[in-house]
Design a protein around this ligand. Structure first.
Ligand SMILES: C[S@@+](CC[C@H](N)C(=O)[O-])C[C@H]1O[C@@H](n2cnc3c(N)ncnc32)[C@H](O)[C@@H]1O
Length: 215
C-alpha cells in the first residue's frame, strides 16, 4: 500500500498540503460524476445559464466541470491549490469558465460566495471534517443556499479501513422542517464497492440529502 493510501486511511481534517500531494497524482480520482445529479441541478431552470451553482470541496472538478459544461454559472470552492489548478485546466480543456475560489470553505467570508447560489452542491466534504465541526459545515452550506434554492449534500457515512466518518442520522435532523423540504434522501444500508480509482480497497456507505429551502 502506498503512503498516500495509508494516509487516507489515517486522515482527519487533512490540510491542503496533503490534498496537494493527492491531486498531484493524475491517477487519483473519485470516479465519474453521477449524471442524475447533474440532471437534477440543471432542471432548476429552463435556461441553465440562469442557474448559479457552487461545488464545495470540488477536488478535481469532477462535478464542477460537468455543471459548467451543462451551461450553469459555476463556482468551485476548494482548499487545495493543486486541485484548483486541475479544475482550471479541465475547465479550459472543456471550453468553459468556472469561478474558482481557493481556500477553506469554513473560513470563507460570505461576500466571497456572492451571498448565495440557486444550487449548492457538495460531495465528499463532510467526511473530511472532524465530527465536532460537521454541524458547522451543514449550517454554512445551508446559509449560502438562496431562498427556494436546492441543496445537494452527498457524503460517506462509513469507509472500510477508516470506519464511521459521519454518524448515521446525524445530518438530516439539522434540516429544520420549517426552513427545508427534503425532496430526496438516500442512505446505503450496507458498504458497497466505490467507483473511486484509488490504490487500495475502498468499500463505503454513502448518504445523499437533497432539500429545498423555503422562501
Ligand atoms: C474526498 S475529496 C472530494 C472531491 C470531490 N468533491 C469529489 O466528489 O470527487 C475532498 C476534497 O475536499 C477538499 N476539502 C476538504 N476540506 C475542505 C474545506 N474545508 N474547504 C474546501 N475544500 C476542502 C479537499 O482538498 C479535497 O479536494
Amino acid at each position: 500500500m502506498s503512503h498516500v493510501a495509508q494516509a487516507i486511511i489515517d486522515r482527519h481534517d487533512h490540510p491542503a498540503s496533503w490534498w496537494n500531494e493527492f491531486w498531484s497524482d493524475p491517477q487519483q480520482h473519485f470516479g465519474p460524476a453521477r449524471q442524475e445529479l447533474i440532471d437534477i441541478a440543471v432542471a432548476e431552470a429552463e435556461d441553465p445559464s440562469a442557474i448559479t451553482i457552487v461545488d464545495i470541496a470540488s477536488g478535481n472538478g469532477r462535478y464542477a466541470v460537468p455543471f459548467a459544461v451543462a451551461g450553469m454559472r459555476t463556482t468551485a470552492i476548494e482548499k487545495s491549490p493543486v486541485a484548483c489548478g486541475v479544475i482550471q485546466e479541465r475547465a479550459t480543456n472543456n471550453g468553459v469558465a468556472i469561478d474558482i475560489i481557493g481556500g477553506d470553505f469554513l473560513s470563507l467570508p460570505n461576500e466571497k460566495t456572492n451571498h448565495g447560489f440557486n444550487v449548492v452542491f457538495s460531495s465528499g466534504l463532510l467526511e473530511e471534517v472532524a465530527a465536532e465541526h460537521q454541524p458547522a459545515v451543514v449550517e454554512k452550506v445551508q446559509s449560502i443556499t438562496r431562498p427556494c434554492g436546492l441543496l445537494m449534500l452527498k457524503f460517506c457515512l462509513e469507509i472500510q479501513d477508516r470506519g464511521v466518518t459521519v454518524e448515521d442520522d446525524s445530518v438530516l435532523p439539522l434540516f429544520k422542517k420549517d426552513e427545508w423540504t427534503v425532496v430526496r434522501h438516500d442512505v446505503d444500508k450496507h458498504v458497497r464497492e466505490s467507483i473511486a480509482t484509488i490504490d487500495f480497497e475502498n468499500r463505503l456507505r454513502t448518504e445523499l440529502i437533497i432539500a429545498r429551502k423555503s422562501t
